[in-house]
Design a protein around this ligand. Sequence first.
Ligand SMILES: [Zn+2]
Length: 612
Amino acid sequence: MKSITVVLLLLALGTVAPAQQQVPASGDSADWRTPAERSDYRTTPRYDETMAFVHRVAAAAPGQVKVEVFGKTGEGRELIDVVISRDGIFDPQALHRAGRPILLIQNAIHAGEMDGKDSCLALLRDMVISKTQARLLERAVVVIIPIYNADGHERFGRYNRINQNGPEEMGWRVNATNLNLNRDYMKAEAPETRAWLKLWNRWLPDFFVDDHVTDGADYQYDVTFGLSAYAGNDPALNEWQQKTVTPYLDKAVAASGHVPGPFIFLVDDADPTKGIERYPSIPRFADGYTVLQSRPGMLVEMHMLKDYKTRVTGNYEILRALLEVINRDADTLVRLNREADAAVIAAGKRFDPGARFPLRTAPSKDTEPVLYRSFSYTRELSGISGQVWIRYTPEPLDITIPHPARLDVTLAVAPPRAYIVPAQWTQVIEVLEAHGLRLERTTQAWSAAVDTYRCTDLKWNEKSFEGHHVMFSPQFSARSFPGRCDPVHEKLSFPAGSAVVPMDQRAAKIAVEWLEPEAPDSAMAWGYLDAIFEQKEYGEAYVVEKLAREMMAKDPKLREEFEQRVATDKQFAADPNARLNFFYQRSPWWDRELGLYPVGRLTTLEGLPLSQ
Ligand SMILES: [Zn+2]
């Protein structure tokens, strides 16, 4: 949007006094309060008013602020990001070359949770207009997405967040097709996600923040946060996040008068003494996804019951503190990211059968005691719900409760040298492309015995989740896989144009998470390969009856096996279809591709028909 349009828009909205219609010079007495500040935090601005503020700042600081359009929502709104750079260098490549860390801050993925947006408008102003936070740009460059879920944001209303204490009206949790964008990072179905992935790949930020507001228990903390907790984290990056960043944020946020704490899920919402859950950040979530990109990701969750002013200013303080540590440790952060990329690329250059890439984790059985800053509460049996009703009082109550000591890896694989996806599985391939992975295409048909899986006993969720009948329980999806995929070495055919995904690339972890069938957010778990489990030809009973007799006459061992099964397996004995299928499955008529995973795990690239 051009500045003249902004002025017209501001006039149309009636949001500014006439004195502010011209862009004020720095030091002017013009009112630079954000829309939320002007309402004393009663309200949060709509999309147009938010973007008008952003454009007004950009017009007043053209050498330091650039507004970009990075895509469109389903309903056709522009997706906007704002780049803030001390010296007007806005080119990601030049910034990477100069070793300047880039922080990407995302707001309003859940568009009822508006704290981050309003705190970022204040931070933007304070970095380049009031300049009280100009030092935060010394080394760092900041990219802000003011409103990610723009369609959800404009489903504005008073009754969108029953648990939340203000602002008066706000947006809605999901996008215009009822998809939760914070479950879409891996399958990348929404237009917003596709646009976000392009933005990510263009900027390749050094650090990512996703701003939210909690649901869940009441407690003293107003600023809760967590840095990517997933077993696939780069170890050195993980250590810097846990040992340097987290303590710094805790200290700085507390010093500003807010109450920082970890992002908390209680085991039992009606009984805090049962302890705190430990969840991994799996790739469908923003902060889990950045792990696959070897970049630190931080989830900020402001507490829903604190007043809006406390939340917006608390969100501001944690972003300010994070930028302090990013500036201070700029060289460390940039180096750790480069080394993490190099490590992924080096590991991908050859197949190591002993490598263990973690796919699933579960909280350890052993726990450790942690201090939990609760409010005191009463518990009584409710005549309405029939369950225990917890009621919090305003009295602080510090208690020590159990927390699983760690996440234990429950499933791990050795990544191959490359995956090969048959050309006809276009949706599976398109998602890999959307993530920016480097794919090579085969130049002619190729078939070979390769490593893959045979999957059986799968269970689908009856109720749909994000538009899919997924192969996981949405709540505990990271812990176990509802079925089994056994490794096999079988001959598979790949037509010309099949996609080869070599693992010596920086984002190779995405391919593992998408193509290992038992991974929590794999293409198979999300239902993209459901058709391979559908039996398409059947033997009529009177045909198979004849076949069974012929087979048993030829093969006494088979007869023995069948009779044994009938004698020992009651369920089998009682199921005529299973009894006939016993023979059909052992005959040459059976479809050997049923349940055979079509993606190959290659241990070498040699012999593949690839163009040089
Ligand atoms: Zn949220």
